[in-house]
Design a protein around this ligand. Structure first.
Ligand code: ARG
Length: 455
């Protein structure tokens, strides 16, 4: 019979037991469940709610369970209702009556809310360190490519020349904001619901501040109903992860494009690409594609959490058991992606010459040609029109702005002189864009410094 079977006349139907059980996915919180229980028992004894002998038996018993699970001597019982019931039953089996005293002044509702928070705290720390590692890879790569010219795009059409460093650092800043969002989610996550009981606290003289501090929380949750029914922290963390995945998927999409023969800006290391079972010539960017694909499942996790919580009355409802698979999946997925993405990027070969060749096509210095005229007194709209005509002329005659003769330039405007060639040189175009945040070297150094300092 179940531990709560006092008022029941029948054994629960096997189908209901299977349906109800969460041990298959919440067993991963075993360590956090045990640490929470040790803190609870410690506080109970300090408050004279249980005896020192019971406290010692509970703490020793729980530590024994912990090491037995970790060493593979104790396996989870798949028919247990959840990890909380499993640990408590095992403890009682080992130490008898003292084990039955552990759940005094506690409910599974505050227990599970505690366990998820403890579990996610560790996960956030890991995601943060993996994200920072990726930012470091990006910064090192950017440092090596402050003078690598590539076309910058809008509408996926070549637009203006930039450096590869500038492009990479855009992702550096996105990921830095992800770090901030994760830190922010952590701040609100880090409050302790233990002692909220089933929903209405308890009549026992417990010390919630003590358990919160034993478990290194910033403090206890201040409303007992809120403590057991809040899953904002899951939604918020999942949303931060979803945004991070969005960034990774944009980056992946570009890597996939850059690896195509149409671009050939990047070549992945053999260890981070895969072949085709039928086409011998293929080298596929599977890792980047999977990261792009897995972004969808994390968005799904976020929708699961939001929809699951929508309209739930206070306080705890069993619907909330569905939080775990969603948030665990989001956390697992982003970690998996970051672990593979960072070394894939870090080992990729940058094909600078191809980037330059692509930048040399597509008239991406046309803005600079117009700016040249403007700086010599031609109103910008007129300069824009003259340059547009020059581009049309080039297309018609198979030329580029670099290969037009001075005579051809001067046919459109006598303001042109020899210095036009320097003005439209791709390097000049990229390196003289020294406005704050631009691709000029000074600006790249500023960006690198800003990111590194923030890390
Ligand atoms: N396995 C449950 C969950 O994850 C634990 C809390 C059960 N509480 C209850 N009142 N049945 O939500």
């Amino acid at each position: 019979m179940a531990m709560w079977a006092g008022r029941f006349q029948k054994e629960v139907d096997e189908k209901v037991n299977d349906f109800n059980s969460s041990i298959s996915f919440d067993s991963r919180m075993y360590r956090h469940d045990i640490l929470g229980s040790i803190a609870h028992a410690t506080m109970l004894e300090e408050q004279n709610i249980i005896s020192p002998a019971d406290r010692d038996a509970i703490v020793d018993g729980l530590n024994g369970i912990l090491s037995d699970i970790e060493e593979g001597h104790l396996l989870f019982d798949p028919t247990a209702e959840d990890i909380h019931m499993f640990v408590e039953a095992e403890l009682t089996r080992r130490i008898g009556d003292a084990g039955k005293r552990l759940h005094t002044a506690r409910s599974r509702n505050d227990q599970v809310a505690l366990d998820i928070r403890l579990y996610l705290r560790d996960e956030v720390k890991e995601i943060l360190s993996l994200t920072k590692e990726l930012i470091r890879v990006i910064c090192d790569m950017a440092q090596a490519h402050t003078e690598t010219i590539m076309p910058g795009y809008t509408h996926l059409q070549r637009a203006q020349p930039i450096t590869f460093a500038q492009h990479l650092l855009a992702y550096g800043f996105m990921l830095l904001r992800d770090v901030e969002r994760l830190n922010d989610a952590y701040k609100r996550l880090n409050f302790c619901p233990l002692g909220c009981g089933a929903l209405a606290g308890t009549t026992y003289p417990i010390n919630r501040k003590r358990t919160a501090s034993l478990l290194l929380f910033d403090g206890p949750v201040l409303n007992s109903l809120d403590g057991v029914s809040d899953r904002d922290f899951c939604v918020e963390l999942c949303s931060a992860i979803a945004i991070e995945m969005m960034h990774l998927s944009r980056f992946s999409e570009e890597i996939i494009l850059w690896c195509s023969w149409e671009f050939k800006f990047l070549e992945l290391d053999d260890a981070f690409a895969t072949g085709s079972s039928i086409m011998p010539q293929k080298k596929n960017p599977d890792v980047a594609e999977l990261v792009r694909g897995k972004t969808g499942r994390v968005y799904g996790d976020l929708m699961t959490l939001l929809s699951m919580m929508k309209s739930l009355p206070l306080a705890y409802n069993k619907d909330m058991q569905e939080d775990k698979e969603a948030i665990f999946d989001a956390v697992d997925t982003v970690k998996l992606c970051l672990k593979t993405f960072a070394p894939m990027l870090g080992t990729a070969k940058v094909l600078k010459d191809n980037m330059y060749a692509a930048a040399a096509k597509g008239f991406i210095n046309a803005t600079d040609c117009a700016d040249y005229l403007t700086k010599k007194g031609v109103p910008f709209r007129d300069a824009y029109k003259i340059t547009g005509e020059l581009v049309a002329y080039c297309i018609e005659h198979g030329k580029t702005l670099e290969t037009l003769s001075l005579e051809e330039y001067r046919e459109k405007s006598d303001v042109f002189s020899e210095d036009i060639y320097n003005a439209i040189d791709l390097k000049t175009c990229a390196f003289t864009r020294n406005s704050l945040g631009g691709p000029a070297k000074e600006q790249t150094e500023m960006q690198l410094k800003a990111i590194r300092e923030a890390l």
